[in-house]
Design a protein around this ligand. Structure first.
Ligand SMILES: Cc1cc2nc3c(=O)[nH]c(=O)nc-3n(C[C@H](O)[C@H](O)[C@H](O)COP(=O)(O)OP(=O)(O)OC[C@H]3O[C@@H](n4cnc5c(N)ncnc54)[C@H](O)[C@@H]3O)c2cc1C
Length: 337
């Protein structure tokens, strides 16, 4: 246990690890509650628009560079070049979400088109991953689809794949509707399904008719027990189930998780079922378990790292802290640097 904690909480003083660690044996319920409260606070902060505005103004801070490649496309391309050299592919994300002006959504679209140009001209092995609330989904579906169409068409010219991300539950149905609409016209587009939602099993069945290329994740937002499994064990179980369903249906799966137990189960499953290595890939986030990503790449698996860049880093950063409240320690350390 101490070695595991030391690996998972590098730099966190011994006495503080238990505060964050879900692995300590005498896990007092007060501690569980404290972590749950911290998670809720961080997720609530991730949606705070004033804090987001301030964060944009003052640039990457508080150790956010651990999770974000930089504020320019040049830095992001450099980061992916380095990954490519190590046999790992990239997924570029121009940071931004919840755009509520038409002009802002058009500006995001322009930036994403520039990102595609940069991927193409640099020759990096990389695709694009997009949050469609940044393209105006909260303004109107038509504006969002028009912007997304420009992006997917531009990407098609370069033979670049575009992943539509899944955000909070309130956008789930609309996002899947838009994905299906796009999929009928384009083959370079994919979606994301979250294992924590009760509906996901049905969505996997439904998306089978689209031969969907899906990224499968546990889910990163704070959702109510009405729509999502509240217990981690149930999320993990459902996550494993949908991965197996989607792979068994013969569809391409991007298994996006840092959970070693899940990754081992997937490796076992594909071996048993003779699922070829080019029918799936593992995905991880920049700054998290890069040792594991490298190990998988060395073993011959397809591995892709999600590389976010841009000035709109705040919401993304807060969600990474919420997933792992031990990361708050890094923020505190960076505050005093
Ligand atoms: C490439 C990629 C794309 C994603 N896209 C989406 C999306 O579109 N929509 C969405 O809702 N969610 C998305 N997510 C986030 C996902 O839903 C989870 O919130 C996140 O991956 C944590 O879950 P886990 O599967 O890694 O497992 P967990 O059980 O949460 O974690 C397993 C282990 O991973 C490590 N770990 C996990 N998170 C962190 C962290 N933040 N810091 C340090 N260590 C950590 C720890 O060692 C932990 O024990 C994405 C994740 C990845 C990897």
């Amino acid at each position: 246990m101490p070695e595991r904690e030391a690996r998972e909480y590098p730099g966190v003083p011994l006495g503080c690890r238990g505060l964050f660690s879900p692995h300590v044996e005498e896990y007092a319920s007060r501690r569980v509650q404290a972590v749950a409260v911290m998670r809720s606070v961080l997720l609530a902060l991730s949606r705070n628009r004033t804090a987001n505005r301030l964060a944009k103004k003052y640039g990457l801070r508080f150790g956010a560079t651990r999770f974000v490649a930089g504020d320019t496309i040049e830095k992001a391309v450099e980061c992916i070049r380095d990954l490519n050299r190590r046999g790992i592919m990239g997924a570029l994300n121009y940071l931004g979400e919840f755009e509520n002006t038409e002009q802002g959504a058009a500006e995001k679209t322009r930036k994403l088109i520039e990102t595609l140009d940069a991927i193409h001209s640099s020759g990096i092995d990389c695709n694009l991953t997009v949050k469609i609330t940044s393209l105006g989904l909260d303004i109107s579906k038509e504006i969002c689809v028009a912007n997304l169409t420009k992006i997917v068409e531009h990407a098609k010219k370069y033979n670049i794949f575009v992943r539509i991300e899944m955000e909070d539950y309130s956008h789930c149905q609309q996002t899947l509707d838009i994905y299906k609409e796009m999929r009928q016209k384009y083959d370079n587009v994919g979606a994301v399904i979250q294992g924590y939602l009760y509906r996901s099993e049905k969505d996997i069945e439904d998306l089978n008719q689209y031969k969907a290329n899906l990224r499968l994740v546990k889910g990163a937002y704070k959702e109510s027990a009405e729509v999502a499994f509240p217990k981690k064990a149930d999320v993990d179980r459902n996550y494993e189930k949908i991965i197996k369903m989607h792979l068994s249906n013969g569809n391409y799966a991007a298994i996006a998780s840092h959970d070693e137990a899940i990754i081992e189960k997937v490796k076992q499953f594909v071996k048993e079922k003779n699922i070829p290595k080019d029918q799936f890939e593992f995905q991880m986030l920049l700054g998290i378990r890069s040792d594991l990503a490298q190990k998988l790449a060395n073993e011959g698996y397809r591995v892709r790292i999600y590389v976010p860049y841009g000035t709109d880093w705040y919401g993304y950063f807060m969600r990474r802290l919420a997933e792992r409240p031990a990361n708050v320690w890094f923020v505190l350390k960076n505050l005093f640097r």
